[in-house]
Design a protein around this ligand. Structure first.
Ligand SMILES: [Zn+2]
Ligand SMILES: [Zn+2]
Length: 329
């Protein structure tokens, strides 16, 4: 499904079968010499077909566009090899490139899952069923990849696009911003109607990386920009971006308070905390979550627990390889 948003901007709705996100918004920005496609969908036939149809309907030749990948998740970068072809360039941050530059196989990229599963108290699982691994991109040549840094700018027809590093939802995540047109492409940093999933991307035990803390700081970073409209990677466009940022910050503040209430005076591991939190997944409760839902939910709980440890509110202890959290005072 293709939607023309304005004269030089299209959205291709890329179905994500079986995924609660339902669809990825792939944006196509038209320039004079080159065009730019923002995010691709999973590496699977349904997504390939939707992208092919969309690109054909918009009427841009295969060799006329470059790609920009917001972050490492496979629903965003799965089709990098297929779409970059021989000469099309791929703009992405350094960490994101690990998914498809051959230096860091997906088994390694998702290797931290094992530590997360064991240390949170989840039962061992076959990680091949994770959609991020199942639909991961194939390797592309280093020559196709252009590593971007915070504040780098590219010009494309009437677009003057600035890359804005917004780490948190992933170890590196980049938004795209046109200051003059006051348009933001937010990837998964800011979504409407759903809160972007936060997790841990390293062993939870003594994790030094407070990704939720970085995520919240990067919401503030975006809040400082003048934005008329935000185009996210899933769901609808956002008109009141600053209002939505406020809602996301409130959500996490409530989550942190509810976790402190769940812990009370006891000691709990990640799974015990996650199983007592409130989840909004198509009316399902923890008891009927499948193992992948439990993995996502536990990751979300851990990102908040690690944040509270980094803030000095909680302490962590290791018993039999599982990390337990409790209040410091
Ligand atoms: Zn994502
Ligand atoms: Zn996504």
């Amino acid at each position: 499904m293709v939607e023309q948003i304005n004269k030089d901007l299209y959205r291709i709705g890329v179905p994500l079968p079986g995924n609660p996100l339902k669809e990825l918004n792939s944006y196509v920005l038209l320039g004079k010499k080159r065009n730019l496609i923002v995010d691709t969908g999973f590496n699977m036939p349904t997504c390939k077909e939707a992208m092919n149809k969309g690109i054909m309907e918009i009427g841009i030749p295969q060799n006329s566009f470059d790609l920009f990948i917001t972050h490492v998740h496979s629903d965003h970068c799965g089709l990098v090899k297929y779409l970059s072809g021989v000469n099309n360039k791929v703009y992405c941050s350094n960490y994101t490139s690990y998914a498809f530059n051959g230096s860091y196989g997906n088994k390694v990229l998702y290797g931290y899952f094992n530590d997360m599963v064991v240390q949170s108290g989840l039962p061992m699982m076959e990680l091949d069923i994770h959609p991020g691994i199942q639909y991961a991109p194939e390797t592309i040549g280093e020559d196709n990849i252009i590593i971007i840094r915070d504040k780098d700018v590219i010009n494309l027809g009437d677009w003057k696009l600035q890359f804005i590093m917004t780490t948190g939802h992933a170890p590196e995540h980049v938004c795209l911003y046109d200051k003059k047109r006051k348009i933001l492409f937010s990837g998964d940093h800011i979504l409407d109607g759903i809160t972007p999933n936060n997790t841990v991307w390293s062993s939870p035990w003594r994790s030094k990386k407070d990704l939720l803390g970085e995520y919240l700081a990067n919401l503030d970073k975006i809040d400082k920009l003048e934005i008329d409209v935000t185009y996210p990677a899933h769901r609808n466009k956002i008109i009141d971006t600053h209002g939505r940022i406020g809602e996301l910050k409130d959500h996490h503040a409530k989550r942190l308070n509810s976790i402190l209430a769940i812990l009370g005076k006891s000691k709990m591991n990640g799974v015990e905390v996650a199983s007592k939190m409130q989840w909004d997944l198509r009316g399902q409760t923890w008891g009927n979550f499948n193992i992948i839902h439990k993995l996502f939910a536990t990751g979300e709980a851990l990102s908040h627990l690690v944040h509270l440890v980094c803030l000095g509110v909680l302490k962590e202890e290791l018993y039999d390889g599982i990390v337990y959290y409790s209040k410091l005072n």
